[in-house]
Design a protein. Structure first.
Length: 233
């Protein structure tokens, strides 16, 4: 009975490890326009005036994003390169040589039928050598270009804008998406209501897809387990 229980526990642990090995990172959810306006609806002030701050018009300024729900174009211009290399080499040699001492001018020697049939002396020598050599290289680069139109989801107390945007493209038997979210400064917004992605603070940029092509590049669940941190070897 106890043996069967142990088998069931081991199977359960292996199953949990398999599921954790094939788990993927959660996708960043982008708020929709309806959710944005629901979070910060315009407030009307009944003061008897025709003008309302929530519905004001900009007559003498460039039309730029400044309020919740406004749109802004983010120009994707991401390019990073990183490389790292390391090399280590060590060696160590030891040698010990003890000559046979002399006694009254004669070299010491003895014979023993228990140990050997030949004469033996006290001379001895010892040598040891060890070495280690290691080398590693790592390089990574990525490049992303394009544009995504995002919505202002919030205005911070200092006037900075929180923006989120998403673009979905369906091509043949697959679908690709680009998501971006972060914080921008109104002074960095260009006259055409656009901003570079390199000027977005705390930027979270996701690019991926799904479909036949994406599935063909995805590793199987068993392969993910053997390449996960749970595989002890």
């Amino acid at each position: 009975m106890q043996y069967a229980l142990k088998i069931k526990i081991m199977i359960g642990v292996v199953w949990i490890l398999l599921l954790s090995g094939c788990a993927s990172a959660p996708a960043h959810k982008i708020a929709t326009a309806e959710e944005i306006f629901a979070m910060s609806p315009p407030q009307r002030i009944d003061n008897g005036s025709i003008f309302q701050p929530s519905s004001g018009m900009v007559l003498y300024e460039d039309i730029k994003a400044r309020n919740v729900g406004d749109m802004i174009t983010i120009i994707l211009s991401e390019q990073t390169n990183a490389s790292k290399s390391a090399s280590t080499s060590t060696s160590k040699d030891n040698a010990v040589d003890v000559t046979n001492p002399t006694l009254l001018g004669l070299p010491t020697a003895f014979s023993s039928s228990l140990l050997s049939s030949r004469d033996m002396s006290l001379a001895s020598s010892l040598e040891s050598s060890k070495s280690f050599s290691g080398e590693g290289d790592s390089a990574q680069s990525n490049q992303l270009s394009g544009s995504v139109t995002a919505l202002v989801t919030g205005v911070l107390p200092n006037g900075y804008l929180r923006v989120e945007g998403e673009k979905n493209i369906s091509i043949n038997q697959g679908e690709e998406y680009v998501r971006i979210k972060g914080i921008i400064r109104p002074v960095d917004i260009r006259s055409n209501n656009s901003i570079l992605s390199t000027q977005v603070a705390n930027a979270v940029i996701s690019y991926g897809g799904n479909g036949v092509i994406a599935n063909s590049n995805d590793m199987g669940w068993l392969g993910k387990f053997f390449n996960s941190k749970w595989w002890p070897f």
